[in-house]
Design a protein around this ligand. Structure first.
Ligand code: ZN
Length: 417
Protein backbone atom coordinates (compact mmCIF):
# COMPACT_ATOMS: atom_id res chain seq x y z
CA UNK A 1 0.00 0.00 0.00
CA UNK A 2 1.58 3.30 -1.14
CA UNK A 3 1.45 6.57 0.76
CA UNK A 4 -1.30 8.89 -0.37
CA UNK A 5 -0.32 12.46 -1.23
CA UNK A 6 -1.75 13.63 2.07
CA UNK A 7 0.13 10.96 4.02
CA UNK A 8 3.38 11.82 2.26
CA UNK A 9 2.92 15.49 3.16
CA UNK A 10 2.16 14.48 6.77
CA UNK A 11 5.33 12.38 7.02
CA UNK A 12 7.33 15.22 5.53
CA UNK A 13 5.94 17.55 8.17
CA UNK A 14 6.72 15.05 10.95
CA UNK A 15 10.35 14.82 9.82
CA UNK A 16 10.73 18.60 9.65
CA UNK A 17 9.24 18.93 13.13
CA UNK A 18 11.61 16.30 14.52
CA UNK A 19 14.60 18.12 13.04
CA UNK A 20 13.44 21.48 14.37
CA UNK A 21 12.94 20.05 17.87
CA UNK A 22 16.48 18.67 17.97
CA UNK A 23 15.14 15.48 19.55
CA UNK A 24 16.82 12.08 19.33
CA UNK A 25 15.36 11.34 15.91
CA UNK A 26 15.84 14.91 14.73
CA UNK A 27 19.57 14.49 15.28
CA UNK A 28 19.59 11.18 13.41
CA UNK A 29 17.89 12.79 10.39
CA UNK A 30 20.23 15.77 10.50
CA UNK A 31 23.29 13.54 10.57
CA UNK A 32 21.95 11.57 7.60
CA UNK A 33 21.27 14.84 5.72
CA UNK A 34 17.56 14.03 5.51
CA UNK A 35 15.39 17.12 5.37
CA UNK A 36 12.05 15.57 4.45
CA UNK A 37 10.40 13.23 1.93
CA UNK A 38 8.88 13.94 -1.46
CA UNK A 39 8.27 10.44 -2.85
CA UNK A 40 7.46 6.84 -1.91
CA UNK A 41 10.98 5.87 -2.92
CA UNK A 42 12.56 8.42 -0.62
CA UNK A 43 10.25 7.29 2.15
CA UNK A 44 11.24 3.64 1.73
CA UNK A 45 14.87 4.65 2.08
CA UNK A 46 14.37 6.43 5.40
CA UNK A 47 16.07 4.71 8.33
CA UNK A 48 13.90 2.45 10.51
CA UNK A 49 13.26 3.27 14.13
CA UNK A 50 13.25 0.63 16.85
CA UNK A 51 12.64 -0.08 20.48
CA UNK A 52 16.43 -0.03 20.93
CA UNK A 53 16.41 3.66 19.86
CA UNK A 54 13.72 4.42 22.42
CA UNK A 55 15.83 2.79 25.12
CA UNK A 56 18.88 4.78 24.03
CA UNK A 57 16.82 7.95 24.24
CA UNK A 58 15.60 7.09 27.78
CA UNK A 59 13.98 8.83 29.51
CA UNK A 60 12.69 11.66 27.32
CA UNK A 61 15.11 11.98 24.43
CA UNK A 62 12.42 11.31 21.83
CA UNK A 63 10.22 14.16 23.08
CA UNK A 64 9.59 16.44 20.10
CA UNK A 65 7.64 19.27 21.80
CA UNK A 66 8.45 21.73 24.63
CA UNK A 67 7.80 20.45 28.17
CA UNK A 68 4.72 22.61 28.65
CA UNK A 69 2.94 20.72 25.87
CA UNK A 70 3.42 17.27 27.42
CA UNK A 71 0.42 16.22 29.51
CA UNK A 72 1.23 12.59 30.23
CA UNK A 73 3.76 9.81 29.74
CA UNK A 74 3.29 6.09 29.30
CA UNK A 75 5.88 3.39 29.55
CA UNK A 76 6.24 -0.06 28.14
CA UNK A 77 7.86 -2.48 30.52
CA UNK A 78 9.87 -4.54 28.09
CA UNK A 79 11.13 -7.90 29.22
CA UNK A 80 14.76 -6.88 28.93
CA UNK A 81 16.69 -3.75 29.73
CA UNK A 82 15.48 -0.25 30.36
CA UNK A 83 11.82 0.66 29.95
CA UNK A 84 10.69 2.97 27.19
CA UNK A 85 9.00 6.30 27.97
CA UNK A 86 6.55 7.88 25.52
CA UNK A 87 5.42 11.50 26.07
CA UNK A 88 1.91 12.52 24.93
CA UNK A 89 0.49 15.97 24.20
CA UNK A 90 -3.16 16.85 24.83
CA UNK A 91 -3.83 16.27 21.13
CA UNK A 92 -2.14 12.84 21.24
CA UNK A 93 -4.34 11.82 24.17
CA UNK A 94 -7.42 13.10 22.34
CA UNK A 95 -6.46 11.41 19.04
CA UNK A 96 -5.94 8.12 20.83
CA UNK A 97 -9.39 8.35 22.43
CA UNK A 98 -10.93 9.12 19.02
CA UNK A 99 -9.23 6.07 17.49
CA UNK A 100 -10.28 3.91 20.41
CA UNK A 101 -13.89 5.05 20.20
CA UNK A 102 -13.77 4.22 16.50
CA UNK A 103 -12.57 0.72 17.45
CA UNK A 104 -15.55 0.22 19.74
CA UNK A 105 -17.92 1.49 17.04
CA UNK A 106 -16.36 -0.83 14.47
CA UNK A 107 -17.07 -3.71 16.86
CA UNK A 108 -20.71 -2.59 16.98
CA UNK A 109 -20.45 -1.27 20.53
CA UNK A 110 -22.64 1.76 21.33
CA UNK A 111 -23.22 4.29 24.10
CA UNK A 112 -25.80 1.88 25.59
CA UNK A 113 -23.09 -0.66 26.36
CA UNK A 114 -21.40 -1.26 29.69
CA UNK A 115 -17.73 -1.96 29.24
CA UNK A 116 -15.85 -3.87 31.93
CA UNK A 117 -12.20 -2.91 31.67
CA UNK A 118 -9.78 -5.45 33.11
CA UNK A 119 -6.41 -4.48 31.59
CA UNK A 120 -4.06 -2.68 33.99
CA UNK A 121 -4.07 1.06 34.62
CA UNK A 122 -0.99 3.16 35.29
CA UNK A 123 2.17 3.40 33.25
CA UNK A 124 0.92 0.75 30.87
CA UNK A 125 -1.24 2.12 28.05
CA UNK A 126 -3.93 -0.51 28.21
CA UNK A 127 -6.54 0.28 30.89
CA UNK A 128 -6.61 4.03 30.41
CA UNK A 129 -6.91 3.66 26.63
CA UNK A 130 -9.90 1.33 26.92
CA UNK A 131 -11.44 3.79 29.36
CA UNK A 132 -10.83 6.97 27.32
CA UNK A 133 -12.32 5.35 24.22
CA UNK A 134 -15.31 4.17 26.21
CA UNK A 135 -16.01 7.63 27.62
CA UNK A 136 -15.52 9.23 24.19
CA UNK A 137 -18.11 6.80 22.82
CA UNK A 138 -20.42 7.62 25.70
CA UNK A 139 -20.67 4.07 27.01
CA UNK A 140 -20.43 3.22 30.71
CA UNK A 141 -16.92 2.32 31.84
CA UNK A 142 -16.52 -0.19 34.65
CA UNK A 143 -12.85 0.40 35.46
CA UNK A 144 -11.88 -2.81 37.27
CA UNK A 145 -8.25 -3.18 36.32
CA UNK A 146 -6.76 -6.66 36.52
CA UNK A 147 -7.17 -9.37 39.14
CA UNK A 148 -9.64 -10.09 41.93
CA UNK A 149 -11.67 -12.59 39.97
CA UNK A 150 -14.46 -12.82 42.59
CA UNK A 151 -15.11 -9.10 42.35
CA UNK A 152 -14.83 -9.12 38.56
CA UNK A 153 -17.57 -11.75 38.31
CA UNK A 154 -19.74 -10.04 40.92
CA UNK A 155 -19.59 -6.70 39.08
CA UNK A 156 -20.12 -8.43 35.75
CA UNK A 157 -23.39 -9.90 37.06
CA UNK A 158 -24.62 -6.99 39.18
CA UNK A 159 -23.92 -4.29 36.61
CA UNK A 160 -24.84 -6.50 33.67
CA UNK A 161 -21.65 -5.72 31.77
CA UNK A 162 -22.21 -6.19 28.04
CA UNK A 163 -18.60 -5.87 26.89
CA UNK A 164 -15.50 -7.43 28.41
CA UNK A 165 -12.07 -6.01 27.59
CA UNK A 166 -9.09 -8.10 28.62
CA UNK A 167 -5.86 -9.74 27.60
CA UNK A 168 -6.64 -13.06 26.00
CA UNK A 169 -5.14 -15.04 28.87
CA UNK A 170 -7.23 -13.17 31.44
CA UNK A 171 -10.33 -13.67 29.30
CA UNK A 172 -9.53 -17.38 29.33
CA UNK A 173 -9.17 -17.37 33.11
CA UNK A 174 -12.53 -15.62 33.54
CA UNK A 175 -14.20 -18.00 31.06
CA UNK A 176 -12.89 -20.97 33.03
CA UNK A 177 -14.12 -19.51 36.32
CA UNK A 178 -17.58 -18.82 34.89
CA UNK A 179 -17.72 -22.38 33.63
CA UNK A 180 -16.51 -23.82 36.97
CA UNK A 181 -18.97 -21.79 39.03
CA UNK A 182 -21.88 -22.39 36.64
CA UNK A 183 -22.54 -18.65 36.22
CA UNK A 184 -23.04 -18.63 32.47
CA UNK A 185 -26.77 -17.86 32.67
CA UNK A 186 -26.17 -14.85 34.91
CA UNK A 187 -23.66 -13.19 32.55
CA UNK A 188 -24.95 -10.58 30.06
CA UNK A 189 -21.81 -10.20 27.95
CA UNK A 190 -22.28 -9.78 24.21
CA UNK A 191 -18.86 -8.81 22.98
CA UNK A 192 -15.27 -9.31 24.01
CA UNK A 193 -12.51 -6.93 22.95
CA UNK A 194 -9.23 -8.70 23.50
CA UNK A 195 -5.76 -7.91 22.45
CA UNK A 196 -2.07 -7.91 22.94
CA UNK A 197 -1.43 -11.60 22.45
CA UNK A 198 -1.40 -14.11 19.69
CA UNK A 199 -3.98 -16.79 20.49
CA UNK A 200 -5.14 -20.01 18.91
CA UNK A 201 -8.46 -20.77 17.20
CA UNK A 202 -9.13 -23.27 19.93
CA UNK A 203 -8.73 -20.74 22.72
CA UNK A 204 -10.95 -18.31 20.79
CA UNK A 205 -13.66 -20.93 20.44
CA UNK A 206 -13.58 -21.75 24.13
CA UNK A 207 -13.83 -18.09 25.16
CA UNK A 208 -16.52 -17.39 22.56
CA UNK A 209 -18.64 -20.26 23.84
CA UNK A 210 -18.09 -19.93 27.58
CA UNK A 211 -18.52 -16.15 27.71
CA UNK A 212 -21.17 -16.17 24.98
CA UNK A 213 -19.48 -13.29 23.15
CA UNK A 214 -18.45 -12.17 19.70
CA UNK A 215 -14.69 -11.69 19.67
CA UNK A 216 -12.85 -8.59 18.52
CA UNK A 217 -9.06 -8.34 18.27
CA UNK A 218 -7.72 -4.91 19.04
CA UNK A 219 -4.29 -3.93 17.80
CA UNK A 220 -1.77 -1.40 19.01
CA UNK A 221 1.41 -0.84 20.95
CA UNK A 222 2.57 1.60 23.60
CA UNK A 223 5.14 3.15 21.29
CA UNK A 224 2.35 4.14 18.89
CA UNK A 225 -0.39 5.54 21.19
CA UNK A 226 -1.31 2.12 22.68
CA UNK A 227 -4.04 -0.38 21.84
CA UNK A 228 -6.69 1.10 19.56
CA UNK A 229 -5.06 1.71 16.20
CA UNK A 230 -7.03 -1.14 14.62
CA UNK A 231 -9.74 -3.73 15.25
CA UNK A 232 -11.69 -6.31 13.28
CA UNK A 233 -15.25 -5.61 12.15
CA UNK A 234 -18.21 -7.99 12.23
CA UNK A 235 -17.02 -9.57 8.97
CA UNK A 236 -14.23 -11.09 11.09
CA UNK A 237 -11.86 -10.89 8.18
CA UNK A 238 -8.88 -8.82 9.29
CA UNK A 239 -8.47 -5.69 11.41
CA UNK A 240 -9.27 -2.27 9.97
CA UNK A 241 -6.59 0.23 10.92
CA UNK A 242 -6.83 3.99 11.02
CA UNK A 243 -4.79 5.25 8.09
CA UNK A 244 -5.58 8.87 8.92
CA UNK A 245 -3.34 8.42 12.00
CA UNK A 246 -0.84 5.73 11.01
CA UNK A 247 0.78 4.53 7.82
CA UNK A 248 1.57 0.82 7.82
CA UNK A 249 4.09 -1.02 5.65
CA UNK A 250 4.93 -4.70 5.68
CA UNK A 251 8.60 -5.52 5.25
CA UNK A 252 10.72 -8.60 4.92
CA UNK A 253 12.33 -8.68 8.40
CA UNK A 254 15.62 -9.91 6.94
CA UNK A 255 16.11 -7.55 4.00
CA UNK A 256 14.10 -4.58 5.29
CA UNK A 257 12.46 -4.19 1.87
CA UNK A 258 8.72 -3.72 1.41
CA UNK A 259 6.74 -6.80 0.35
CA UNK A 260 3.68 -6.63 -1.93
CA UNK A 261 0.21 -6.33 -0.35
CA UNK A 262 -1.06 -9.75 0.69
CA UNK A 263 2.37 -11.10 1.56
CA UNK A 264 3.40 -11.79 5.12
CA UNK A 265 6.13 -9.84 6.88
CA UNK A 266 6.85 -7.46 9.74
CA UNK A 267 4.53 -4.54 10.46
CA UNK A 268 6.29 -1.17 10.33
CA UNK A 269 4.35 1.87 11.55
CA UNK A 270 4.76 5.57 10.84
CA UNK A 271 2.72 8.03 12.88
CA UNK A 272 1.19 10.76 10.72
CA UNK A 273 0.04 13.38 13.23
CA UNK A 274 1.57 12.40 16.56
CA UNK A 275 3.14 15.36 18.39
CA UNK A 276 4.82 14.25 21.62
CA UNK A 277 6.84 11.41 20.15
CA UNK A 278 6.41 10.95 16.40
CA UNK A 279 7.84 7.73 15.06
CA UNK A 280 8.94 7.18 11.49
CA UNK A 281 9.11 3.59 10.20
CA UNK A 282 8.94 1.96 13.63
CA UNK A 283 9.66 -1.77 13.52
CA UNK A 284 7.03 -3.58 15.59
CA UNK A 285 8.34 -7.14 15.14
CA UNK A 286 4.70 -8.22 14.74
CA UNK A 287 4.18 -10.53 11.80
CA UNK A 288 1.10 -10.05 9.63
CA UNK A 289 0.06 -8.99 6.15
CA UNK A 290 -2.11 -6.36 4.52
CA UNK A 291 -5.33 -7.90 3.23
CA UNK A 292 -5.80 -6.64 -0.33
CA UNK A 293 -9.17 -5.41 -1.57
CA UNK A 294 -12.15 -3.87 0.19
CA UNK A 295 -13.91 -5.34 3.18
CA UNK A 296 -17.51 -6.52 2.58
CA UNK A 297 -18.54 -4.25 5.50
CA UNK A 298 -17.96 -1.23 3.22
CA UNK A 299 -15.44 0.57 5.44
CA UNK A 300 -12.65 2.14 3.43
CA UNK A 301 -10.01 1.71 6.13
CA UNK A 302 -7.38 -0.82 5.03
CA UNK A 303 -7.02 -4.14 6.80
CA UNK A 304 -4.28 -6.06 8.56
CA UNK A 305 -4.57 -9.80 9.03
CA UNK A 306 -4.59 -11.20 12.54
CA UNK A 307 -1.11 -11.06 14.10
CA UNK A 308 0.61 -14.35 13.34
CA UNK A 309 3.37 -13.96 15.90
CA UNK A 310 6.37 -11.85 16.68
CA UNK A 311 9.53 -12.02 14.70
CA UNK A 312 11.32 -12.12 18.06
CA UNK A 313 9.02 -14.88 19.40
CA UNK A 314 10.21 -16.95 16.55
CA UNK A 315 12.35 -19.74 17.90
CA UNK A 316 14.84 -21.85 16.11
CA UNK A 317 15.39 -25.55 16.77
CA UNK A 318 17.83 -27.60 14.67
CA UNK A 319 17.92 -24.63 12.32
CA UNK A 320 14.13 -24.65 11.79
CA UNK A 321 12.21 -21.38 12.36
CA UNK A 322 9.06 -21.81 14.41
CA UNK A 323 6.26 -19.60 15.72
CA UNK A 324 4.12 -20.25 18.77
CA UNK A 325 1.14 -20.02 16.40
CA UNK A 326 2.27 -23.19 14.62
CA UNK A 327 2.39 -25.01 17.95
CA UNK A 328 -1.08 -23.68 18.76
CA UNK A 329 -2.41 -24.96 15.45
CA UNK A 330 -1.07 -28.44 16.18
CA UNK A 331 -2.55 -28.53 19.68
CA UNK A 332 -5.84 -27.16 18.38
CA UNK A 333 -6.20 -30.15 16.10
CA UNK A 334 -5.86 -32.73 18.88
CA UNK A 335 -9.01 -33.90 20.66
CA UNK A 336 -9.25 -33.11 24.38
CA UNK A 337 -6.16 -30.89 24.55
CA UNK A 338 -6.44 -27.35 26.02
CA UNK A 339 -4.90 -24.24 24.51
CA UNK A 340 -2.36 -23.83 27.31
CA UNK A 341 1.15 -25.19 26.83
CA UNK A 342 4.76 -24.43 27.39
CA UNK A 343 7.91 -25.38 25.57
CA UNK A 344 11.34 -25.75 27.12
CA UNK A 345 14.28 -25.83 24.77
CA UNK A 346 17.72 -26.93 25.90
CA UNK A 347 20.93 -28.09 24.33
CA UNK A 348 22.25 -31.60 24.97
CA UNK A 349 25.99 -31.00 24.85
CA UNK A 350 26.94 -34.69 24.91
CA UNK A 351 24.96 -35.32 21.73
CA UNK A 352 25.38 -31.79 20.41
CA UNK A 353 21.71 -31.38 19.66
CA UNK A 354 18.73 -29.34 20.81
CA UNK A 355 16.17 -30.97 23.07
CA UNK A 356 12.55 -29.78 23.11
CA UNK A 357 10.17 -30.53 25.95
CA UNK A 358 6.53 -29.68 25.30
CA UNK A 359 4.05 -29.70 28.18
CA UNK A 360 0.36 -29.70 27.24
CA UNK A 361 -2.89 -30.07 29.14
CA UNK A 362 -5.53 -32.67 28.34
CA UNK A 363 -8.99 -33.49 29.70
CA UNK A 364 -9.28 -36.51 31.98
CA UNK A 365 -11.43 -38.38 29.44
CA UNK A 366 -8.61 -38.82 26.92
CA UNK A 367 -5.70 -41.27 26.99
CA UNK A 368 -2.67 -39.17 27.93
CA UNK A 369 -0.16 -41.55 26.36
CA UNK A 370 -1.90 -41.75 22.99
CA UNK A 371 -2.49 -37.99 23.02
CA UNK A 372 1.22 -37.40 23.60
CA UNK A 373 2.12 -39.71 20.73
CA UNK A 374 -0.31 -37.98 18.40
CA UNK A 375 1.15 -34.55 19.22
CA UNK A 376 4.67 -35.87 18.72
CA UNK A 377 3.75 -37.20 15.28
CA UNK A 378 2.22 -33.87 14.30
CA UNK A 379 5.35 -31.98 15.37
CA UNK A 380 7.40 -34.39 13.30
CA UNK A 381 5.30 -34.20 10.16
CA UNK A 382 4.57 -30.45 10.25
CA UNK A 383 7.64 -28.91 11.87
CA UNK A 384 10.29 -31.60 11.30
CA UNK A 385 11.21 -31.82 14.97
CA UNK A 386 10.56 -34.59 17.49
CA UNK A 387 9.96 -33.16 20.95
CA UNK A 388 9.40 -34.97 24.22
CA UNK A 389 5.75 -34.47 25.11
CA UNK A 390 4.39 -34.39 28.65
CA UNK A 391 0.62 -34.44 29.04
CA UNK A 392 -0.77 -33.08 32.32
CA UNK A 393 -4.37 -32.61 33.58
CA UNK A 394 -6.23 -29.41 32.65
CA UNK A 395 -5.54 -26.56 35.06
CA UNK A 396 -1.97 -27.69 35.83
CA UNK A 397 -0.13 -24.99 33.88
CA UNK A 398 -0.16 -21.49 35.37
CA UNK A 399 -2.74 -18.94 34.12
CA UNK A 400 -1.58 -15.36 34.22
CA UNK A 401 -3.12 -11.94 33.95
CA UNK A 402 -0.11 -10.78 31.99
CA UNK A 403 1.22 -11.96 28.69
CA UNK A 404 1.98 -15.64 29.04
CA UNK A 405 5.56 -16.70 28.44
CA UNK A 406 5.28 -20.05 26.74
CA UNK A 407 8.66 -20.58 25.16
CA UNK A 408 11.46 -21.01 27.66
CA UNK A 409 14.86 -21.24 26.04
CA UNK A 410 17.62 -22.64 28.24
CA UNK A 411 20.32 -22.64 25.56
CA UNK A 412 23.25 -20.38 26.36
CA UNK A 413 23.45 -18.54 23.11
CA UNK A 414 19.89 -18.88 22.05
CA UNK A 415 19.22 -17.90 18.50
CA UNK A 416 15.73 -16.56 18.66
CA UNK A 417 16.43 -12.86 18.99
ZN1 ZN B 1 -14.84 -4.56 7.59
Amino acid sequence: MKLSELQLAQVDRQIKRLIASDSYYGKIFKEANIEGVTSQEEFENLPFSSKADLRNAYPLGIQAVPDEEVVRIHSSSGTTGKPVIIPYTAKDVEDWAIMFARCYETAGITNKDRIQITPGYGLWTAGIGFQAGCEKLGAMAIPMGPGNTDKQLQMMMDLKSTVLTATSSYALLLAEEINKRGLKDRICLKKGVFGSERWSEKMRDYIRTELGVELYDIYGLTEVYGPGIGINCSEQNGMHYWDDYVYIEIIDPKTGRNVPDGEEGEIVITTLVKEGAPLIRFRTHDISRIIPGECPCGRKYPRLDIIKGRSDDMFKVHGVNMFPSQVEEILGSVEGVSSEYNINIAHDDSKNRDVILVTVEAEGRVDFEKTGQRIRELFKSRLSVTPKITVVPIGTLPRTEKKAKRIIDHRENNLFT
